[in-house]
Design a protein. Structure first.
Length: 180
């Protein structure tokens, strides 16, 4: 990932590989109740996308979020919590800029207008992959767990999660705080 002659990605602005583990129990509400468990949150919807390796590598969050929000008939303003994986500082900044760009949205996403600007007062408030690390097999689960915990502690209703993945993939998910 680091081109020493021309590259701008360095160890200082890249998420670092860390040891880590995370577990998320996914089951139906009925099964949770049968087991005597109280759900913390529910998955409302999710989206996986694949982009061009040539010029869209690491832009998966912008693509996946746009498709997911359109299908869910939601906007960025509908979310109390926003958790995105930050592979590299430049990558996350490029995705945030792309989502706020009408030109990018028209050219690459087929939208009339921009996806929107992410409210940074809701974004990765407990730290993201740049600050706490990126244990490859656990980051997705960490995003879900962090979002669910933030919804509960911050008294929020909806969380938006997104991540890029190897091979120019993107993922986005809407999580809702569980209400009895």
């Amino acid at each position: 990932a680091f081109d020493k002659k021309y590259g701008t990605l360095t160890a200082a602005n890249s998420s670092f590989l860390t040891d880590g583990a995370a577990a998320t129990l996914l089951m139906s509400e009925e099964k949770a109740k049968e087991l005597g468990l109280t759900p913390k949150a529910e998955v409302v919807d999710f989206e996986f996308t694949g982009q061009s390796l040539d010029n869209e590598l690491l832009m998966g969050p912008a693509f996946a979020v746009a498709r997911l929000l359109k299908r869910a008939n939601m906007t960025l303003e509908d979310f109390d919590v926003i958790e995105f994986h930050e592979a590299f500082a430049g990558q996350i900044l490029a995705n945030l800029k792309a989502m706020a760009s009408e030109e990018f949205s028209q050219k690459y996403l087929g939208r009339d207008g921009a996806v929107g600007e992410v409210n940074m007062d809701k974004f990765n408030l407990w730290g993201g992959s740049l600050s706490i690390g990126h244990p490859f097999g656990a980051t997705g689960s960490r995003l879900v767990n962090t979002a669910a915990n933030r919804l509960e502690i911050e008294d929020g209703k909806y969380a938006l999660l997104a991540a890029c993945a190897a091979g120019a993939q993107g993922h986005a998910m809407i999580v809702k705080r569980y209400e009895n």
